[in-house]
Design a protein around this ligand. Structure first.
Ligand code: ADP
Ligand code: ZN
Length: 600
């Protein structure tokens, strides 16, 4: 066994590295630089934590979120690793103590906020001690195009000059080529070896449905499939976050709002409750999530459509980091598309930038509308091939019906054309269905040949036709304000009868069957599971840490299945290293033994 494997087993309690952790770790231990692209939950932390323990000196980890350093350091200390952090939350005395420990060689890992690291004082301090490596977490924060941009990250290129010869490892879950190039260039990592892990998250079940009654749909999902689970509900606006959180609370859930408009204290409180308590639902804008490494988030629900596939993947990736079954659930409608397109036209940035954004939004729409495996489409978007349909997305589990929508599409397009391309979807649907509204009367639209030709479809079906035409680029939405639908050049073949179109048939999907609601497998006794979780809760509360810092659900679940009777058996559980064995083994064994005795 090599030193890295020994540390993996002894300290972390894991048996094997996941690919490509091993290669990354060997590269860094050997003194080489690395750029690591791995999905959320892929296991990035070990890529620098293991080399930190193998190489002489202290590893310096740059991490953008001060609020989370505390938990990361706590988790390492639980494993018996000598870790600390330096950031603005520390008083002068505490700072000095950590600096002294660093000089005395008593630290294996030091987490530092980027703005702190680039201060002359910190750089001078680090020059006095042996540094094992620099790890730059959430490295996409150097990208000025991304929404996580942090100006302080731009200065991290300095590490290359000031600490030549010390390996640097940059890590991110943002995979696109442009961000990757930006990271290499700005962090002076052009020579670094690049590692791209598979972006597949097989334990996440992807589901995307049409929005018809958002609240009821969400409620049903939460009650029938995710009762008692922790999760995140994403909404586009602050107001919607507030309203949804209040409403969910009225329905009996513990739901907390999170958005950039809340004061810092409230945000910190809500985040901390989400991490420390079980069964909390965070209702949030995209302001929430980066760096949140709560492993037992069981679902991510989107009440509005994200702007890009990248954002969707990053947000949904926050579910199920512990490898247990998790849901990525989303509902969307035509209004989402119109709103997002409007936001884009009014956003700053040049034409090229807007075109790129438009392109990304279309890819997101495409993902919503496809009738084949969602995971295959997602991975293809990131340049990866999944040879077979996944069997764990809505389209795989309940194949979608399509229908020949050519004639309906032609009617819809001609309704838009005949009314001068000045009307939105509601009016066009009224027109096709032959309704008699004030607007129809005011514009004398009864006289048009398309008036009333579409009575064979109901309003919902017509909206679906329009939405799919917009999503596929046959119709554009006029973004100057009212969402008028206009014909795109690509619709000509359809109108001339030279092309056919298959549309998806919208049915209200039943909830997915055979769903594993909790991470529990069937041969786990609920009483023992609850008793062990209760013990975990007491221990966590006593130390002011989240329960998963003591043991992950997965480890607790293994306890229930393996029923270890003594310390050597306990040591074989996943996630039980030397320190946790010594610290927690006896107390959990007592719970298990009591249970076994009472069952005999
Ligand atoms: P990321 O930072 O990439 O989102 P983490 O480093 O938080 O992911 O790891 C995700 C989860 O996977 C953690 O619970 C971690 O302990 C676990 N993990 C990582 N590597 C391994 C491994 N080789 N064996 C078992 N569990 C692992
Ligand atoms: Zn699938």
């Amino acid at each position: 066994m090599n030193p890295a494997q020994k540390i993996l087993q002894r300290v972390f309690g894991y048996t094997d590295f996941r690919s490509p952790q091993d290669e990354i770790i060997q590269t860094v231990i050997g003194g080489g630089d690395a750029l690591v692209l791995m999905p959320t939950g892929g296991g990035k932390s070990l890529c620098y934590q293991v080399p930190a323990l193998v190489r002489p000196g202290c590893a310096v980890v740059v991490s953008p979120l001060i609020a989370l350093m505390h938990d990361q350091v706590n988790a390492l200390q639980q494993l018996g690793v000598r870790a600390a952090f330096l950031n603005s939350t520390l008083g002068p005395g505490e700072t000095r103590a950590i600096e002294d420990a660093l000089r005395a060689g008593a630290l294996d890992l030091l987490y530092v906020a980027p703005e702190r690291l680039v201060q002359a004082r910190t750089l001078a301090l680090l020059e006095q001690v042996p540094v094992a490596l620099f790890a730059i977490d959430e490295a996409h924060c150097v990208s000025q195009w991304g929404h996580d941009f942090r100006a302080d990250y731009l200065q991290l290129g300095i590490l290359h000059e000031r600490f030549a010869g010390i390996p640097r490892i940059a890590l991110t879950a943002t995979a696109d080529q442009r961000t990757r190039e930006e990271i290499c260039q700005r962090l002076a990592l052009t020579e670094a070896r690049q590692f791209v892990a598979s972006f597949d998250r097989p334990n996440i079940r992807y589901r995307i449905a049409l929005k018809h009654n958002a609240r009821q749909q969400l409620l049903r999902f939460l009650k029938e499939e995710r009762a008692g689970d922790a999760g995140i509900v994403y909404c586009m606006s602050r107001r919607r976050v507030e309203e949804t959180a209040v409403w969910l609370s009225e329905q009996g859930f513990t739901a907390l709002p999170y958005h950039a408009g809340l004061d810092a204290q409230a945000r910190a409180d809500h985040q901390s409750r989400f991490l420390r308590e079980e069964s909390v639902i965070m209702v949030a804008t995209v302001a929430f999530g980066m760096g949140i490494d709560k492993p037992d988030v069981r679902f991510v629900a989107h009440l509005d459509m994200p702007k890009t596939v990248e954002a969707y993947y990053q947000e949904t990736g926050r579910a199920g980091r512990d490898g247990g079954a998790a849901d990525a659930w989303m509902i969307y409608g035509l209004q989402d598309v119109i709103k997002l397109r409007q936001m884009m036209t009014s956003s700053a940035g040049g034409e090229a930038h807007k075109r790129a954004e438009q392109h990304r939004l279309n890819a997101m729409l495409g993902l919503c509308e496809i009738t084949t495996c969602r995971r295959q489409a997602l991975l293809a978007y990131f340049g990866e091939t999944l040879p077979r349909p996944c069997g764990n997305c809505d389209n795989c589990l309940e194949p979608v019906d399509t229908w020949n929508g050519t004639e309906a599409a032609r009617m819809a397009l001609s309704a838009a054309y005949r009314t001068g391309q000045r009307f939105g979807v509601n009016h066009l649907v009224d027109l096709l269905r032959g309704a008699s509204t004030d607007k129809i009367n005011a514009f004398d639209h009864q006289r048009l040949p398309t008036y009333g030709v579409g009575k064979h479809l109901d309003a919902q079906q017509w909206r679906s036709v329009f939405r799919q035409l917009v999503a596929r680029g046959y119709l554009n939405v006029d973004l100057s304000g009212y969402g008028a639908l206009q014909l795109a050049p690509s619709c000509r073949p359809l109108l001339r009868g030279e092309a056919q179109i298959e549309l998806r048939r919208e049915t209200v999907r039943k909830t997915a069957k055979q769903h594993t609601r909790t991470p529990l497998s069937s041969d786990v006794d609920v009483a023992l599971w609850e008793a062990l979780r209760e013990r975990r809760r007491e221990l966590a509360e006593g130390q002011g840490v989240p329960p998963y810092v003591i043991f992950h659900d997965r480890t607790v679940q293994e306890m229930c299945i393996q029923l270890p009777r003594d310390l050597p058996q306990f040591a074989r559980l996943t996630g039980v290293g030397e320190r946790k064995l010594e610290k927690y083994g006896p107390t959990f064994l007592r719970v298990i033994n009591e249970y076994v005795r009472s069952a005999e």
